[in-house]
Design a protein around this ligand. Structure first.
Ligand code: C2E
Ligand code: MG
Ligand code: MG
Ligand code: MG
Length: 287
């Protein structure tokens, strides 16, 4: 009987694994053609600076990749990014994201939006790739966008994966004038000694610390400590996943410089993003 149960358990395990890897294979094959078939797009989430006088204004956008497949529908980046990384597809896709995001920034400039910065997520695979600094330089030149307008977001895990390589790549990007931020800060294993050596200008406080900020004293202590440490190291802080006025009030009080989250806006299409920014900067006399 024990043997029979054991075999059933084994069979269940393998069939679930088979279903998972079948889906992964299906997605990988579909992803291979997604770009040329026009299934990939970018959405943009506003990043807002918190002013001393209690105001906030949009200073940038984070480009977030979207994939809509005709049969599978919208596939979440949480599902397809790891597949793109494992298959190497993240390299051509990541290059497309960089190009598309910077071209969009140019279109917004041409449409009369204020000078915004564009944050683009980088995968560890792209970061480890030899050509990254040259690639970034070339795309900036092609689009005709100053390096200072671009900010690359790298997760803590990707930076700590191989810290000495990270330091070299960060220096090369820094020499070219591109800013770097550490994404999902607090969820990886950053050694504080490395943080000192990393050429980054901003820490993005992970949304998991922001979520329960108003109820959880420990999260408040962590967020407060990160903001103060960043300040002492000359780094900016941006809190991710801000959804409530209570969270915003705490972050503002502790001196967090920037925020991003559903309280202000979900990620938007390029046109909706432009409307969002223009509505905010419209002169009062227009009302
Ligand atoms: P991330 O870079 O940390 O992006 C933030 C994620 O949080 C986004 O999810 C965004 O839609 C979501 N978010 C923003 N505000 C809120 C909020 O107030 N509440 C909640 N609950 N969520 C919020 P998304 O777009 O599904 O992206 C997930 C992850 O996929 C990103 O995390 C990033 O790691 C990765 N990703 C997305 N686009 C790209 C890309 O172009 N390249 C690479 N390498 N990774 C990407
Ligand atoms: Mg990000
Ligand atoms: Mg993040
Ligand atoms: Mg994340």
């Amino acid at each position: 009987r024990a043997k029979k149960d054991g075999r059933n358990a084994y069979r269940f395990f393998t069939s679930e694994m088979q279903a998972q890897s079948a889906r992964a294979l299906l997605l990988e094959n579909a992803l291979r053609r997604a770009q040329e078939r026009g299934q990939l797009s970018l959405h943009y989430q506003p990043q807002l600076a918190l002013d001393a006088d209690g105001d906030s204004r949009v200073v940038g956008a984070e480009a977030l990749l979207r994939w809509q497949h005709p049969e599978l529908g919208w596939v979440s980046p949480a599902e397809f990014i790891p597949i793109a990384e494992a298959s190497g597809l993240i390299l051509p896709i990541g290059e497309w994201v960089l190009q598309e995001a910077l071209q969009q920034l140019r279109r917004w400039d041409d449409a009369g939006l204020p000078e915004l910065s564009m944050a683009v997520n980088l995968s560890a695979v792209q970061f480890r790739h030899d050509d990254l600094p040259e690639l970034v330089e070339r795309v900036l030149a092609d689009v005709g966008m100053p390096a200072e307008r671009l900010e690359l977001e790298l997760t803590e895990g990707a930076a700590m994966d191989n810290p000495s390589v990270a330091i070299t790549v960060m220096n090369e990007l820094h020499e070219r004038g591109v800013r770097l931020s550490i994404d999902d800060f607090g969820t990886g294993y950053s050694s504080l000694a490395y943080l000192k050596k990393f050429r980054v200008s901003k820490l993005k406080i992970d949304q998991s610390f922001v979520r329960d900020l108003t109820d959880d004293a420990e999260d408040r202590a962590i967020v407060d400590a990160v903001i103060r440490m960043a300040g002492a190291l000359g780094l900016q802080t941006l809190a991710e996943g801000v959804e409530t006025d209570g969270q915003l009030a705490f972050l503002r009080r502790q001196g967090c410089q920037a925020v991003q989250g559903y309280l202000f806006s979900r990620p938007l299409t390029a046109d909706a993003f432009a409307e969002f920014v223009l509505a905010q900067t419209a002169p009062l006399s227009a009302y």
